[in-house]
Write a protein that binds this ligand. Structure first.
Ligand SMILES: [Zn+2]
Length: 328
């Protein structure tokens, strides 16, 4: 296992700004700290219910402790950082704007430029087990939020260079995009298993869902070795329907575990389990230090394998282009 120095304290997701003077870097950090602090409610946002606010109030510190376990420097994420989109209010927004947010429906997204999380629940309804699922979805975004970010200035414009595992390059696109999502989703699974039940407002639903999982999968091990998702949605008839499906990013996670297995098999003296190798990937997400993993990938899969992995797991679209322009 590698050694990790603690990162300096941070007041936003941005850890480092390159290609600027030290004075300008300080200024940029202050700007992002300001974005982090100020969380004005959006026109298209609805007020959180007291229960939702309470869940987010507990979720931030739970995520922070969890991030610390993986070598990260956690941020103090508050309920105000989570903006819930109101479908009705959104309908009053310009079409272009609605189109830009349409892909988020039923999901959530962390927007580093604004230091905010946007959640877009379908039908404004979480359903019976939905509170647990909602906490997992927002927790996933809080993990992205706590990842390592670096930026640079080019032609007077600020650009992100790194966001967790994603390496943004104008020429090559968003390298390691799928690795980023796979690592964050695997961490979300572990967070859910180890910590969601600690949140009092979720406890009853969490236990109920766990019981359902036990009934269907017989053992927790089986459930978590092939992580599945128990989700309940309200049908137009008003009835609730429970479905069980795979956790998100299944294809991406499968690929990640193939790479991890290759490393563990090539270095049996260093790693006794796949989980230990995974921990290195998680450390890199939060610290930005990928060199260790790069060496491991090259050691197991040959020279040039790390770069090839970055290209093979490249995002289809530039992440920055997905942000609705009116949000900026
Ligand atoms: Zn994600």
């Amino acid at each position: 296992m590698g050694e990790y120095e603690p990162q300096p304290q941070r007041e936003s997701s941005v850890v480092k700004v390159t290609s600027v003077s030290p004075e300008r870097e300080t200024e940029i950090h202050e700007e992002f700290a300001h974005f982090f602090q100020e969380q004005p409610p959006e026109d298209f946002e609805r007020e959180k219910s007291p229960e939702e606010a309470e869940i987010f109030r507990r979720l931030g510190p739970e995520i922070a402790e969890f991030v610390g376990q993986y070598g990260g420097t956690p941020l103090k994420i508050q309920p105000e950082h989570v903006h819930i989109i109101d479908e009705q209010k959104l309908a009053a927004q310009p079409q272009k704007f609605r189109d830009a947010l349409a892909h988020m429906k039923g999901g959530a997204r962390f927007v580093p430029e604004l230091q905010s999380i946007y959640v877009y629940p379908e039908n404004n309804n979480w359903g019976p087990y939905g509170k647990v699922r909602m906490a997992e979805t927002v927790g996933h975004e809080m993990l992205h939020f706590n990842a390592y970010y670096s930026a640079m200035e080019k032609g007077g414009e600020l650009r992100f260079r790194r966001g967790g595992w994603v390496m943004l390059s104008e020429k090559y696109g968003d390298l390691f995009s799928d690795i980023d999502e796979a690592v964050v989703e695997e961490l979300t699974n572990r967070f859910s298993r180890d910590r969601l039940g600690n949140i009092p407002a979720l406890h009853a639903q969490y236990e109920e869902r766990e019981a359902l999982i036990q009934r269907i999968f017989q053992s927790r091990e089986k459930f978590y070795s092939d992580p599945a998702l128990v989700e309940t949605k309200q049908m137009p008839s008003g009835e609730y329907k429970t479905t069980i499906s795979s956790y998100p990013y299944r294809k991406e996670r499968k690929r990640l575990w193939e790479v991890i297995r290759g490393i563990r098999e090539a270095m049996p003296e260093k790693f006794s389990s796949d989980e230990e190798v995974f921990t290195e990937f998680a450390h890199a997400l939060f610290t930005g230090r990928v060199l260790n993993v790069a060496r491991m990938v090259e050691g197991a899969h040959g020279r040039g394998a790390f770069r090839a992995l970055g290209e093979a797991t490249r995002g289809k679209k530039n992440a920055q282009a997905e942000i609705p322009p009116t949000l900026l």
